[in-house]
Write a protein that binds this ligand. Sequence first.
Ligand SMILES: [Zn+2]
Ligand SMILES: [Zn+2]
Length: 827
Amino acid sequence: MNDKYNFSEVEAKWQTRWAEEGTYEIPDYSDRPKYYCLEMFPYPSGKLHMGHVRNYSIGDVVARFKTMQGLHVLHPMGWDAFGLPAENAAIKHGGIHPADWTFANIDNMRAQLKQMGISYDWNREVATCHSGYYKWTQWLFLQLFKNGLAYKKEAAVNWCPACATVLANEQVKDGGCERCNTPVEKKELAQWFFKITDYAERLLQDLELLPGWPDKVKTMQEHWIGRSEGAEIDFKLDGLDGVITVYTTRPDTIFGVTYMVLAPEHPLVEKLIAGSEREAEIKEFIRKVRNLSEIDRTSNEVEKVGLQTGAYCINPLNGEKVPVLIANYVLLEYGTGCVMGVPAHDQRDFEFARKYGYPVRVVIQPEGIELDAATMESAYDGEGLLVNSGRFNGLPNTRAMKEITSELAGMGNGKFRVNYRLRDWLISRQRYWGAPIPIIYCERCGVVPVPETDLPVLLPMDVEFKPTGRSPLADCPDFVNTACPSCGGAAIRETDTMDTFMCSSWYYYRYTSPRDIDGPWDKAKVDYWLPVDQYIGGVEHAILHLLYSRFFTKVLYDLKLISNQEPFTNLLTQGMVLKDGTKMSKSKGNVVSPEDIVARYGADTARLFILFAAPPERDLEWSDQGVEGCFRFLKRVWRLVASLASTLKTAPKRPSSGLVGLNRSMRRVTHATIKKVTEDISARFNFNTAVSAVMEMVNALYQYKELPETDRDPAVIREAVESLLLLLAPFAPHITEELWEETGHTGSIHRQPWPSFDQAALVEDEVTIVVQINGKVRDRMLVPAGIGAAQMQEKVIQDPRVLKLTEGKQIIKVIPVPGKLVNIVVK
Ligand SMILES: [Zn+2]
Ligand SMILES: [Zn+2]
């Protein structure tokens, strides 16, 4: 065989062969145990970046390894293909339709993935923008709608002026748009929501079902759901009809309330200020606050500004009149849109009260400190005993929380309440390139769902995309005007499209039956394959995609459309690919293109480097030398196997028993490497240490190869080389496949069983040596065969029995004779 490693020839040859032979096509069922290995599907931006290559290389090693271990592995790929970039490209480059742009990008990226040699079953490919897919996205919307989980509501929602669309709360990061960082504004709009809040408790509780998820992701979800326990308390308005209902986690501090604050948007505000002489001033304040972003209202750096409404409410426990204010820092979306001001025991309230001169009243005294309202410099929010609290005085505050709430409940003025930070998921978008929401508005019948038999509601192709702040579909009369499915009269369609996170909340079910036309999936197949055994993707999806997918799964489970309660059993969030210490990005000019690396070194080198350079969860620093090193290693493997190919073809399959000396050591290296690589991949996906073990094995083989031919055992070589190729196959699938064929094997290496190690081969041989003191035999010891003179001497003189024999004597000289004896001369 050729002793030069021609990677481009080898890789092209096998990619063609694999496609022709359907090497990675997976039947729906098998007698073998199933394993569903999935990487987060990408947005088809047009080109793979190194982050993609890393994500998919990790997934591919897992898929190939599990396949060789005898599992029936599903490893599919598809495209999260709706979304803004396509539309923005169409606006920018005029004339390119988002559909054409998207499908051209998909073709490009598919070709690149094939070039990487990733073992996807391409027969299962899906694209969420294909009508055969989004028909079912719409169908799923209708199931939620019919079950009361999708509703339309007028609300102050997050608006990204740059993207010209609303955003879900989960898409607002630090007050900015998750996609473009533009500060998010609030807008009053009628929007579609999914009732994810109905599932808050289950989404929280069931995190316990996910021991295979990283703790940091579970913690992020827990914080996002934000469960708290407290009380809902009614403060009656003074002299007016109505009550202010406030939620607090500190009912124990109710006697310390000295003012009440409402969000400017609170529905009661208009009533409170009506006819007041300050009405105009307050309205102007409200208008200003509403234009601020959430971050501008709640950040610690922003000054807290409040205004008296002139109205009062009554503290239900002590009957005190409490002034009612509005302030910028209270948001309608959280709790009940109001906050009771307890300056002595809440820092924000404390600062606000000092600024505006509201009284500070201590109602909790900690042990050992005497709090004095007049001199306090900050609030005290710890535990203590109640004071200034009527008949509750002297109670520990934790007990008072329960007793005060019970008292209020008894009076009909309050109740225990569990509160969540999680809000409903806003899913409508005012943009074109998404799945149309299948709803029709009829003047007579109201909101009418599109009948399932009329799906899909096709996205019209002939549309102006200019972002105007309302859906481009609204300017498309052929789309808008329709007949009411219920009464047949004239009606209009909903023109908003769905958030693309809706499309990605269920794609992993579709892979099991990607061309099904009778339903979103075949339940038997979903029941066979789901949940996903290993999911791999970026941690940036910790809340968005991963929370939405869990929500969807629970809804689908309740609707008996699936049988699994969680979508992903194990989750691996891979680290980023860095260059010069920062994330690769066009703006920083530190991008290394996968195309260039593949052209220069081949896909196997690119994959090997990515897997070798860092453990998967950690960030990976790009290194040109590291890539060179991996390339040299593969060339070394090639030359080694080429030089041994003829030996291999005639060698016996298995070494005979009773190997000794260096033959035995070489075999021990082979089996120790099999053990190490198997354990490193299985336990923690430690691909880097697995690869370095294979590298050491190659070094050992080179040394062994240098022995005189008469001393080498061809069967030992054969076993070593075959194991080497099998162990390396998931990492570098092309070169190993080629060398497998070149060394006389038939059938793809990727269909071979994973090598197993022979425990007996791992045992190091031992020999009995004699311990002499002053030339007399005093003891016998077992030492490893082949141990060097110095090591043997060390081992003997430190042996406890030998220490005893030489106790109190001076050792003058030690004479080791390897494999036979150690003589100790003492005085
Ligand atoms: Zn934006
Ligand atoms: Zn109608």
